[in-house]
Structures are given as C-alpha cells and as structure tokens.
Design a binder for this molecule. Structure first.
Ligand SMILES: [Zn+2]
Length: 185
C-alpha cells in the first residue's frame, strides 16, 4: 500500500470545529459495549459518524471518539486519486492476522501528532453490517491499519500506547496541551 498519508497527522484547526473527542477525554479509555440491536439510534449514530469522519477527512472513526460506547466504527479508505471503500462495522473482531509492518500512524483524537506503530500487515475481520448481516473481510495496507486502529479504540486502546517511552517523552508537551484542550470542550 503506497498511501498511508491519510492516517498520519491531522490538522488541529480542522479538529477544533469538530465534535471529535480529543486525547484526555476519559471516554477514549473506556471499553465500548457490543451492539445487540440495530435500531434507529444505531443507524443515526453510524450516519453521523460517517459525516463527522468525512468533514475531518479521516480514514476511520470509532464510537468512543464521538463520546458513545457502542462497538461501532466507520472506515473510508478513499484517498485523493486512490479509490477506496466505505465501511460501517458493528461488533468487529480480528479473527486472524499475519506479518508485521511498521508505519507512521496518526489519529483524529490526536491532531498534529503521529508516530511509527508496528502492527500485523494482514488481518481478517468479522463484523456485522447495518442490515444485521455478519460478514468477514480480508484486509491489508491502509484498510488493515485502519481496522486495527479503530478496533483498538473500541477497547480503549490508543495508538500512543504502542510508542516507545522516548517517543512519548518527546510528545509530552503536545499531549499535555491536548489534555487541557479536551477539558475545555
Ligand atoms: Zn484514532
């Protein structure tokens, strides 16, 4: 996969107008709960998340990032001239993974920050779509990266958790600033 730009550092000024929760908000550390019934609330939530993600030009967005604790995430791998796909996933789980790849990663909840994260290069994911149908999908490249990043969010895990102590120390000032900003929202 050539284009990982999409998952890299996001611009803070874009994020300031958005409803996306920033690092420091406790909801980002909570575990989202399985979606048991696909009703209007879930459908509306999914549609809103797609809209928020598009506005922020994100590759993915998990429910925690908009302050909700349903196991729901949206992914859009369309990037510039590269045609991608849009997915809404309920209760996603990784059922297989393979290989290792270290790639620069960012997050909509961490504007202006990014760091190299090692993750499996390939994953097979099982999830449910908005019609309630269970499906499995194989992914590599940007999609594999985004799926793992978003499923982590649903478990309260953030990309900075994978960074070295030294790298986190280098980011300390920015992380503290985000924490302060998240309290004001
Ligand atoms: Zn993220």
């Amino acid at each position: 996969m050539l284009d990982f730009q999409g998952l890299s550092c996001y611009n803070l000024s874009n994020m300031e107008k958005s409803k996306i929760k920033l690092y420091g908000d406790p909801v980002l550390r909570k575990k989202a709960q399985p979606v048991k019934k696909i009703d209007d609330r879930i459908r509306t939530e999914a549609a809103k998340m797609l809209e928020i993600m598009r506005k922020a030009r994100g590759v993915g967005l998990a429910a925690n990032q908009v302050g909700l604790l349903d196991r729901l995430c949206v992914i859009d791998t369309n990037r510039g001239d590269t045609k991608g796909e849009i997915y809404t996933l309920l209760n996603p789980v990784i059922i297989r993974n393979e290989g290792k790849l270290k790639v620069e990663e960012g997050c909509l909840s961490f504007p202006e920050l990014c760091g190299e994260v090692e993750r499996p290069a390939y994953v097979r994911v099982r999830a449910v779509d908005l019609e309630g149908r269970e499906f499995e999908a194989d992914a590599e490249g940007l999609l594999a990266r985004a799926l793992q990043h978003e499923i982590d969010h649903l478990d309260g895990v953030l990309f900075i958790d994978y960074l070295s102590f030294a790298k986190k120390l280098l980011m300390k000032k920015e992380l503290d600033a985000l924490k302060k900003l998240s309290k004001k929202r």
